[in-house]
Design a protein around this ligand. Structure first.
Ligand code: IMP
Ligand code: MG
Length: 186
């Protein structure tokens, strides 16, 4: 295996790798090339949604050849840990004024899409000249169908996934691949 995965695979709660390191790398290179083409002659303000998007954003940005600036937001949704209500609290707001900027929101995963719907409405009101979504993963449970998902890495089934930025209780973010998490009862 031409990657870094083996040393992470002795955890009984990781049932299997869904997206390997090499598949991630190839797809992110493709998206980066597409973004570079689409934004030719412009400058992108990448807005990362913390914490899950941090690895994806770092790797994606290195595949983009137009100028890029960065900012970050942290949000948390009210409601239970596993179901989002769509009511979102901003824990860390942006430092940069979005007015007149070409903003690319970089997300790790869209489940119901409710978190992102809220975020979009909020960011639109700040008058960016464009506002576009790039999400590494989109689950087939998405219900917020007004979302225009311009750049999507992978459509995935309704499984709980971890790794490559995604966590369960803050763990597994450092895995270089995306794995299916299943609490081992044994
Ligand atoms: P949504 O509002 O339902 O789209 O919730 C999206 C948020 O839920 C993501 O930003 C993640 O923080 C979290 N989330 C949803 N599914 C998963 C998963 O499979 N693994 C880890 N986090 C997830
Ligand atoms: Mg997230």
């Amino acid at each position: 295996m031409n990657d870094n995965s083996a040393k992470h695979l002795n955890d009984p709660n990781l049932s299997r790798i869904l997206i390997s390191e090499t598949v991630l790398r190839d797809r992110i290179a493709e998206i980066g090339a597409q973004i570079s083409h689409d934004y030719a002659g412009r400058e992108i303000l990448m807005v990362g949604v913390l914490k899950g998007a941090f690895l994806f954003m770092a790797d994606l940005a290195r595949e983009v050849t137009v100028p890029v600036q960065f900012d970050f937001m942290a949000v948390s949704s009210y409601g239970s840990a596993t179901k989002t209500s769509g009511v979102v609290r901003i824990l860390k707001d942006l430092d940069i004024d979005l007015a007149g900027r070409d903003v690319l929101i970089v997300e790790d995963i869209i489940d119901s899409g409710l978190t992102l719907s809220y975020l979009l409405r909020n960011l639109k009101s700040r008058n960016p000249s464009s506002l576009t979504i790039c999400s590494l993963l989109v689950k087939d449970t998405i219900v917020a169908d007004e979302l225009d998902l311009k750049y999507v890495g992978f459509n995935i089934p309704n499984e709980f996934v971890v790794g490559y930025g995604l966590d369960v209780a803050e763990r597994y973010r450092n895995l270089p691949f995306i794995a299916i998490f299943q609490e081992n009862q044994g």
